[in-house]
Each structure stands twice: as C-alpha cells, then as structure tokens.
Design a protein around this ligand. Sequence first.
Ligand SMILES: O=C(O)CCC(=O)C(=O)O
Ligand SMILES: [Fe+2]
Length: 300
Amino acid sequence: MGEIDPAFIQETEYRPIFKTIEADEEIPLIDLSVSTPSDTERSCVKDWRSEQEVGIFSSDQSWGAVGTKAKDREDPTLIPASDDPDDKELRVLTNQWPHKPSELRELCQEYTRQVEKLAFKLLELISLSLGLPADRLNGYFKDQISFARFNHYPPCPAPHLALGVGRHKDGGALTILSQDDVGGLQIGRRSDGEWIPVKPIPDAFIINIGNCMQVWSNDLYWSAEHRVVVNSQRERLSIPFFFFPSHYVDIKPLDELINEQNPAKYKEFNWGKFFASRNRSDYKKREGENIQIDHFKASE
Ligand SMILES: O=C(O)CCC(=O)C(=O)O
Ligand SMILES: [Fe+2]
C-alpha cells in the first residue's frame, strides 16, 4: 500500500485518536419483526422517546409491518441548483447505471423500494411517539428527494491521519444505514462529545435521526454528530439511505408541539436550499462555513 495522499490528511484537531472506549450506554436495539403492527407500534412508541439521549438507534432487519406505500422513486430527481434563496433554478440528478454487473440496477432499485417502506414505517412510529397521527409527516415526502449511496472505504495506510467521512449530522428526516461487519462509524456522545463506536450488529440497520426530524419535533428528537474512521487492514462497505422530504418543503417545529411554555426552538427554513448548501460543503475536511442546523436556532 502506498503513501497517503496529502489531500486526505486531516487537521490535527480532527484526527481520530484510537483508544478503547467503553460506551456507558449501548445503542438501543429495536426489534420491528413482531408480526402484528399494533404490537410493533406499542413497543416502539413506548421505547423511542427514551432513546433520545443517544440520537441514533438500530433496528432489526426482519421488520414485518408495512407502512404507507411509498411513492415510486422518480428518476430524475429535482433539487435546487444553489442555496441562493432567490435562485429558482432546479438541478436534475439522474442515476448513472453501469452496464455491468447487469443485475446491479435492479437490485439497487429493489433495495431502495424496500428500505423506503421501512422509512415510512419509522416515520409513522415516530409521529405516534410524539402524540401525533401516524401520517402527520407523510405529506412532506410527496416528491421526496431521498437517495441511497454506496460507500466504499479502502484500507488506509495512515488511519490516524485521515477519516473516511468527517464529522457531520445528517440533514434529512432519517438515515437508514446498512453496514458490513468491519466497523468504523462513530457517534459523538451527547454529554461530552466523546467518539463512541457504533458496533455492527448482524441483520440490523442503524437508524440516524436527521436535522429535519430534530426541528419538526422541536428537539424532542436529536440528530447525533457522527464520523467514520478507517483502518489499514480491511475495506469497508456501507449503504446509507437518506430519507429526504420534497425540496420545496419548509421545515419548522410542528405547531402541535409548541405553545407559550414551549416555544419554537428553530426558525423556518427551506429544506431544498438547506440541502443544496450542505450537499456542496459537508464533506470538506474542515468545518469552515458549513451551514449547520444550529444556524436556524430561534434567538432565546
Ligand atoms: O459509512 C457510514 O457508516 C456512515 C456514512 C455517513 O455517515 C454518511 O454517508 O452520511
Ligand atoms: Fe452521515
């Protein structure tokens, strides 16, 4: 293996420190495989609100209950061309499918269809857990701009100098992440920012709360900062599915969750513009001027 390309070397403060950390709280594991939806709903709704110290949870893959039928994936997807609020131009995103392997396209489409159903199921359970009707959030996904990404992290000759993905929070509603058994994902613990490894669990997805959910729920749900470290031995594969609202949706705390005692903690922002700005900046090595959800905090 050769030298590391200097472009991948992180500033000292962002380099990973490899030490064994015993998480004092495990990532909660939720089993969605129980056959009757009402059982599923009862157990999840009971558990979820308490998961919010962690901001991330796992869910067993053999989920049984099916939610609202997801709108079929539209190809191409339209998103704002820039984060300039006055720029009405839309950018067209089109999937570029290779010819080989020939079954790749079909498999990926089937995967996203299924994982999208899971996303709607989770969305409905989260709505219920907030004391809202199950379909309260569904309308925001009519022209959803969700997508899946296939991440390949090759072995790295200098894992202590680089990161697979720099620290960030996912912008959308939810992320459903499938990962192999290598490991590398870490979340920043809410209490002290310590990086805690998210150990792979066979047949389980990692569910990440995104910024939109944090804002809709007026901070009852919280999106955890996370990053990916690499290693010198094994390549790693992961597939996040980013469950994103329609680009024209304006995101703000839900009216039902705010009142005089509990005012809105965020100002309204346009999801498409927020995404356009994040999309171009979030994977830079340094934080710099990245737009983060805290920029939309309402003034106290
Ligand atoms: O590869 C992973 O485990 C996570 C990647 C990630 O956080 C992302 O793509 O947003
Ligand atoms: Fe992420």
